[in-house]
Structure formats: C-alpha cells, structure tokens
Design a protein around this ligand. Structure first.
Ligand code: SAM
Length: 275
C-alpha cells in the first residue's frame, strides 16, 4: 500500500461510460487506499482491473445497515478507504450521505475527488440555461405522483434535471407534455458512450419521437425554466387540468394556488371553465 495516504474517507468519482474519464488523482488515490467501498463488486472490480489495480472491495449499497457502516467507519480511522459508486459521482442519486455524515461526526478526515456526473454532463450538452438548475433525482414511478412532482416544480425559475430510465421515458414525456407543455425539453442519452445522443424540443414532439423509436440505455431528462417567471399562464392551466383529473375544482385551485402563489379565486374560476 502507498503509505503516503492518511487514514480517512476518499470519495472518488468514476467514469459514467467512457473509461478514459477518470482523473489522474482518482487513479492515484485508488492505488493508495487499502479498501474500496462500492455498490457492486463486479462493476467496480472491472474498473479496478482496467486500471491494473487489485484492492479489497467492501460492499456498501442501498441495503447497507448500521453494522456495515460502523465497520467501514472503524476501518477509516486506521486506513485510507475510497468510496465509489457504480458510475459517476458517489452520493448523487447513489448511497453514501449517511456514511459521510457519520464520518464527519466521528472526526474522520473526508475528502472528495471531483469527476464525471451524468447530471452535469447533460446540463452542459443540452443548450438549456444553466445559470440556475435544480437536480431532482428520479421522477416517481406512479403517474399521479409524477405529475404532482412536475406541478410542484413548475414555478421553479431554473432548468430542472432528472435521472430517467429508458422504459419510463415515454410516460415522463407524456406527463411533461400535459403539465408543462410550453417548456423546452432535452433528452441526453448514453453520455460519453458510443451512441451518445442529445435531442431537444417540445415535450409532445419528443414524446412522439421516442414512441416511434423506443430509447435504450441511460438517460438524463431536462426541462428548461418557465419563460415568464414565476409561472406561465399555460403552466397554471396545465396544472389545473392535471389536478382536475382527480380533484374537485375548489381542491384543484387550492393545490395549484399553494404551489404557484397565484390567486386562489382566479384559479377556481379558471378551474370551473376548464372542467
Ligand atoms: N452517481 C451517478 C452520477 O453522478 O451521474 C448517477 C447514479 S444514478 C443511480 C444512475 C442514473 O444516472 C441513470 O439511471 C441515468 O439516469 C444517469 N446516468 C448515468 N450514466 C449515464 C450516462 N452515461 N448517460 C446518461 N445518463 C446516465
């Protein structure tokens, strides 16, 4: 082991597809640690193998319990330990924040080595405004919950960034077409890989495209900010329509008023018209 690394936790970003996307420092630290905590030992094993490294791997995934965490924390007080995820930056829609919190509380040295993250790669590629963005992880699987989240975020004056899966892209685009029809949308797929693609357009156009060409691979979905902040009239209508599918006009108006800050009475009158 490289004796120059002090004990502690080293958060190490790894490639999101192209194995060349790893920093010199990440390789140096992976070479120097005594163990690598990872989600899936097969996936991380492949990366280590590619780098010509043989390391003890310790599984730390979504199912890890307190005992697993405590064992890792105890090791970090004595040895340098890396935390990696299957791909990209650990903790970004990946396990680890509790580990970091406990390590910090225990006075263990924690450092983070920057590198790829699909959200940032997609944001830079999309051509959407990036002075303000909100990363919102994965949209819910259930349609009503997904529409609620889109409604909740409708007034946020920032580009919205979601992680998405290929089988659910069509449903998500259909929901966006209903709830936020006037927005610019980007679908960034297979980033840094051979079939990298970034397609932009109106949500309905993209929904039609991917209905005809079912996507494969990994996806980041981005929604541009409202054109006239805080809320476009069209967005308020869409939110009301979405709510009216399951609620009475008064309830729909109440929910949309709460989310957008728009006048409840005006929304109620509009809900009656739309009903
Ligand atoms: N921690 C990772 C990061 O920093 O990007 C993200 C982990 S999250 C569990 C996995 C999701 O990231 C995928 O479902 C997909 O939405 C997105 N993702 C990861 N790699 C990607 C790629 N090469 N192209 C597009 N999206 C990707």
């Amino acid at each position: 082991m490289d004796q120059t690394l002090s004990p502690g936790l080293y958060i190490v970003a790894t490639p999101i597809g192209n194995l060349g996307d790893i920093t010199l420092r990440a390789i140096e630290v992976l070479r120097g640690v005594s163990a690598v905590a990872c989600e899936d030992t097969r996936i991380t094993g492949k990366l280590l193998n590619h780098l010509g490294l043989k390391k003890r791997m310790i599984r730390y995934d979504d199912h890890a319990g307190e005992a697993d965490r405590d064992r890792l924390l105890a090791l970090m007080t004595q040895e340098p330990v890396a935390l990696v995820s299957d791909a990209g930056t650990p903790l970004i829609s990946d396990p680890g924040y509790r580990l970091v919190r406990h390590a910090r509380e225990a006075g263990i040295a924690v450092t983070s080595l920057p590198g790829p993250s699909a959200a940032i790669v997609a944001l830079t590629l999309s051509g959407l405004p990036n002075d303000r963005f909100l990363f919102a992880g994965f949209l819910p699987v259930k349609d009503k919950a997904r529409r609620d989240v889109l409604g909740d975020l409708a007034a946020v004056p920032a580009t919205l960034v979601f992680y998405e899966t290929a089988p659910r892209l069509g449903d998500s685009l259909a929901a966006i077409a209903d709830v936020l029809p006037g927005r610019d949308v980007a679908v960034a797929r297979e980033l840094t890989k051979k079939f990298e693609e970034c397609r932009t357009g109106a949500p309905a156009e993209l929904a039609a495209h991917y209905a005809a060409h079912p996507p494969r691979g990994e996806i980041v979905l981005l929604i541009g900010p409202p054109v006239d902040s805080p809320v476009e009239a069209v967005d308020a209508d869409a939110m009301l329509r979405a709510e009216l599918a399951t609620s009475k006009p008064s309830q729909a108006a109440g929910k949309v008023a709460k989310r957008t800050g728009l006048d409840r009475k005006t929304l109620y009158a509009r809900a009656l018209e739309l009903k």
